[in-house]
Design a protein around this ligand. Structure first.
Ligand code: F0G
Length: 351
């Protein structure tokens, strides 16, 4: 693929030098889908979904990873490392494979969706599972990458944030202005940090007349920013955001305060209901964590927020195909029938 992707398209806005290699797996330029049916049901003006699951490894991580890996190559690094709840590791593994680097990933045992683990395995990463959660894994890789010549590619790496901010540019490029609100799931809090940076930069360049209010949503059992203290044992069905001590906590709070937005929480039941709503009303299959944005919007609308004249973007951060176990858990059984037209007509009530 030539001259498309985050590095080429937004070169002037990224920390790229003549020595930075430019390449792409096709990340970025994801769909912004207008959903009138959902907007009507929820009671908001215009509602758009930013489908980050359409990135090459199925999540928004690819936008930041392409920049982080390009800079790692520029710095002659041979290996990259990250802790992950699954999506960062899938992305790191893919970009490392493309660039002939070693990817080392540390994930919490038994708590990452199978599709994400499958990606890391198939892309050929070195995988370590730990008897601990994401926060412990992140602490470990911070120490290891401090000591050894390996590049950390978690969102503590500023190049990740630079790449991820391009999603805000795309929203403004398509809508012609910033939306009134941006709804986004919050885990380690890198993405809300990146979006806010992108919105501020485009605003300062005069490409938007305003900046959106940033509406971040954590899962109820993993809501350290909402509670104002780290959560030692975070728990949620949305394993991607099962995080108790976000690395970009301060930056996420700043995004909330500077934009006049909020960081709130949604329950697992609200997340799963929003995942279903997204699928059945918009034809979009997002993973549970990614549905936290829509769950947040539904929550505020039910609380009586007047959104009737507002333009809203919900970021759908990753594809549901990564976690079919969760999606199918309470699925009703379907009919099993003989290969016979008459029997099928009978079952359909046509005969
Ligand atoms: N949505 C999905 C699908 C994610 O994978 C993540 C984070 C988030 C939302 C939250 O984004 O951390 O920038 O606030 N996943 C990380 C990972 C932690 O390891 O894949 P954040």
């Amino acid at each position: 693929m030539l001259k498309t992707g985050v590095l080429y398209r937004y070169k002037d806005f990224l920390p790229i030098t003549p020595q930075t290699p430019l390449f792409s797996l096709g990340e970025g330029d994801t769909p912004l889908v207008k959903c009138d049916q959902l907007a009507q049901e929820i009671g908001c003006g215009e509602l758009y979904l930013k489908l980050e699951g359409c990135n090459p490894t199925g999540s928004f991580k690819d936008r930041g990873m392409v920049v982080a890996v390009a800079k790692a190559l520029e710095e002659k690094s041979q290996a990259i490392m990250c802790a992950s709840t699954g999506n960062t590791s899938a992305s790191a593994a893919a970009y490392a494979a493309y660039c002939n680097l070693t990817a080392m990933i540390v994930v919490p045992e038994g708590k990452i969706a199978l599709g994400k683990l499958a990606q890391a395995i198939v892309y050929g990463a070195e995988i370590l599972t730990i008897e601990g959660n994401f926060d412990q894994a992140l602490q470990i890789v911070r120490e290891l990458t401090d000591k050894h010549p390996v590049t950390l590619v978690n969102s503590l790496n500023p190049h990740r944030i630079e790449g991820q901010k391009t999603a805000s540019f795309e929203i403004i490029d398509i809508l012609g202005d910033a939306p009134d609100y941006l709804f986004i799931p919050v885990g380690n809090a890198g993405n809300i940090t990146a979006y806010w940076k992108g919105f501020k930069e485009y605003y300062e360049l005069g490409k938007a007349s305003k900046r959106p209010e940033m509406m971040g949503f954590q899962a109820e059992g993993a809501a350290p920013i909402v509670h104002g203290h780290p959560i030692e044992k975070p728990e949620t069905v949305a394993t991607a955001i099962r995080i108790g001590n976000p690395a970009s906590w301060q930056q996420a709070s700043a995004a909330r305060d500077e934009s006049g937005g909020l960081i709130d929480m949604v329950s697992d039941a609200e997340i799963l209901a929003a995942q279903k709503l997204l699928a059945t009303r918009a034809g979009v299959f997002g993973e549970p964590a990614s549905a936290a944005s829509l769950a947040g919007l539904v929550k505020l609308s039910r609380q009586g927020w007047d959104l009737a004249k507002k333009t809203i973007v919900c970021v759908i951060t990753g594809t549901g195909l990564k976690d079919t176990d969760t999606a199918l858990k309470d699925a009703p059984p379907f009919l099993q029938l003989p290969a016979n037209v008459k029997e099928i007509e009978k079952a359909l009530g046509w005969g």
